[in-house]
Design a protein around this ligand. Structure first.
Ligand code: GAR
Length: 207
C-alpha cells in the first residue's frame, strides 16, 4: 500500500481527482494518509473533511521563521508515514531538507508543458495568462518529480491541450484541468503505486 501525503493551497480540484480515482479504482493500492494546507479556510480542506481524511493546516505566518515552518512541514509529513508527497496546487517552495529526505518521492502537477511557462513566478492563472500572451496554440499539464530547482525535476507524464481563439486565462485553466491535470496526476500516482516508475540520470523510466 502506497501512503500519500497531499499538499494543497486552494480549491483542491486535483485533490478531489485523487480522492475520486482512489474510490473508483483508477488509482489502486494507495491511501491518502494526510492532507496538508498552508492556508486555513480553503475549499481543499472541506474536500478532505467530506472524504473523511486526516488534514492539518501549517501556515508559514504562524511560525517565527521560515526555517521553523520548513522543519515543521517535514516533520508533519514524516509523522504521517507518507511514502510519496503529492503537491496538488501547493504554492509554497519545498524546503531543500524535504527534497533531500524525499528524493524522487515528491510529485508536482504544473499547468503547462514544461519547459514552457514554468519556473519562479509561474503558478496558477499566471501560467495561462503567459501562454495566451505568447499566443501558443497548444498548452497542457506536466507531472514531474521535485528537485531543488523550480519545475526542473524529472518529467513523468505530460498531456497536451488545445488553446482556443476565444480563451481567457480562466477558460484555458479549466480545460487544462479537465482534460489533462485531473487525468495525469491520478495516472502518475497509480504508476508509482504499481512500482512501475524509476529515475535514472534525471530521466523517468516507466515500465
Ligand atoms: C492547478 O492548476 C495546478 O496545476 C496549479 O495550481 C492549480 C491548483 O488547483 N499548480 C501550479 O501552478 C504549481 N506551479 P486546485 O487547488 O484546484 O487543484
Amino acid at each position: 500500500m502506497l501512503n500519500i501525503a497531499v499538499l494543497v493551497s486552494g480549491g483542491g480540484t486535483n485533490l478531489q481527482a485523487i480522492i475520486d480515482a482512489i474510490a473508483d479504482g483508477t488509482i489502486q493500492n494507495t491511501r491518502i494518509c494526510l492532507v496538508l494546507s498552508n492556508n486555513d479556510g480553503v475549499y481543499a480542506l472541506e474536500r478532505a473533511k467530506k472524504a473523511g481524511l486526516e488534514s492539518c493546516v501549517l501556515s508559514p505566518r504562524s511560525f517565527p521563521s521560515r526555517e521553523a515552518f520548513n522543519h515543521a512541514l517535514l516533520q508533519k509529513v514524516q509523522e504521517s508515514g507518507a511514502d510519496l508527497v503529492v503537491l496538488a496546487g501547493f504554492l509554497c517552495v519545498i524546503p531543500e531538507e524535504m527534497v533531500r529526505a524525499y528524493e524522487n518521492r515528491i510529485l508536482n502537477i504544473h499547468p503547462s508543458l514544461i519547459p514552457s511557462f514554468c519556473g519562479t513566478g509561474y503558478y496558477g492563472l499566471k501560467v495561462h495568462e503567459a501562454a495566451l500572451e505568447r499566443g501558443v496554440k497548444i498548452s497542457g499539464a506536466t507531472v514531474h518529480f521535485v528537485d531543488s530547482g523550480t519545475d526542473t525535476g524529472p518529467i513523468l507524464l505530460q498531456k497536451a491541450v488545445e488553446v482556443q481563439s476565444d480563451d481567457t486565462p480562466k477558460s484555458l485553466q479549466r480545460r487544462i484541468m479537465e482534460q489533462a491535470e485531473w487525468k495525469i496526476l491520478p495516472q502518475a500516482i497509480d504508476l508509482i503505486a504499481h512500482g512501475r516508475v524509476s529515475v535514472e540520470n534525471r530521466k523517468v523510466i516507466v515500465q
